[in-house]
Ligand binder design. Sequence first.
Ligand SMILES: [Zn+2]
Ligand SMILES: [Zn+2]
Length: 389
Amino acid sequence: MDILANALEQKEYWTTIRRHLHQHPEIGFEEVETTALIKRELEKIGVEICPLAIDTGVMAIIRGTKPGQEKTLALRADIDALPIQEQTGLPYASVRQGVMHACGHDGHTAVLLGVAKQLFEMRDQFSGIVKLLFQPAEERLHGARSMIAAGALDSPAPELILGLHGGTETPIGKIGIWSGPFMASADQFTVRITGQGGHAAYPHRNKDPLLAAAHAVVALQTIASREIDAIDKFVLSVCEFHAGTAFNITPADAVITGSVRCHDAKTRESIPDRIDRLVGGIASALNCSHKLEYVFGIPGVVNDPSVVQTLTTAAIQTIGGGNVMQLERPLMGSEDFAFFLEKVPGAIFRLGVGNAPGQVLHNPKFNFPDEALPVGIATMTAFALEHCR
Ligand SMILES: [Zn+2]
Ligand SMILES: [Zn+2]
C-alpha cells in the first residue's frame, strides 16, 4: 500500500474529526468527550483499547501479525486544549467560552487516529506491538507523568516512543527533524525578599526589599551573561514583580518570580544555587533577608539519534526527501513528552503547520491546517512499519 496515497484518501474523514475536536475543545484532565470520541473511533476501526487507571486519555494496542522479532513501540499524541477565547471566526470555531485548541492538539489527535486505522489495516506487514498513547493535559504539564503512573509504559514496555507537534517554522507538507537536545527544560522560581516597611519620608529607618528586589532582577541577568558558557543554550526570565501597597510606604516584602530554560542537565542543576547566592548577597547587603523557592518542572527533550535516523529513513521513503527538513535550530520551548523520554529513548518531530499570519501557537487565531493531517499520518505509520519490519 502506498502509505501517503492512502493517507490522502482518508484526509476528508480525519478533517471532519479534527474539526469536530476543534469545535469541542476541553482543558487538560477534563477531556471527557474527547476521550469518548477517541475510543469510539478506535472501536470503529477494531483497535484494542487497554484499561488505564486514568480518567481521561486513552491507551490502545495494535498487534502486528507478521512473523518475526517482537518489537514494541509507542506513538503519542496530546489531546488537550487551552484556556483561550478563540478569535478565528471559523464555522467550526470553539463552542466553549474561553477554551480553544490553540496548540493544534486537535490535529495531533486526528493524526494518531489516522495512524491507528492505517496500522490496523496493515497489521500483516509488521511484527510486534504498536502502543497508541492519547495523552491528556500536556498544557498542564502533568499529563505525561499521570499516564506513566497509570501504567502507559508497562507490560508490554515499549523500547522507544515517537511523538509529533505542529511546527509553525516548518511549511505545510513537510516535517522538521532534530537529533540530540531539542527542547529546553522548564523550571520556575519564586524569591521573597523581606525587609522592614515604613514611612517613605524616612527610608533610613526602614529596610527596603523593593530596592533589593530591583537590584536582584538586574543581577539575575548576569547568570546568562557572566556564569553560563555562551555556547550553552540558557534563558532566565523574571516574569513577575510584586511589591508595595501605596505611594508613601516602603513595603515590608517584595516577591519576584521567573522561568528558567536549559538544554544542558548539569547547567539546569546548578541554577538554584546561583540564584540563591546572587539574591542572597544583594538582600543581605541591603539589610534584607530572602527565601528562594525553586521548582524543577519539565526536563529537556533529547531526541535519540538512532530513532531520528529511523524516522528520517521512513519519512524520506514516504513523503519524499524534499519534504524532510533538517531544522535550523533547536527550541527553547518545552514539552512534557520529556517525561516519556526519561523512561524510554525516543524523539519528537515537527509536523509543518506553516507560517501564515496568525499561525502562532497559543494565539487566539491559530488553526491546525487539515493539509498537514495526511503528512503526519503517513510519517508516523511509516516509522512504525520501519521499526517493526
Ligand atoms: Zn501548547
Ligand atoms: Zn502543544
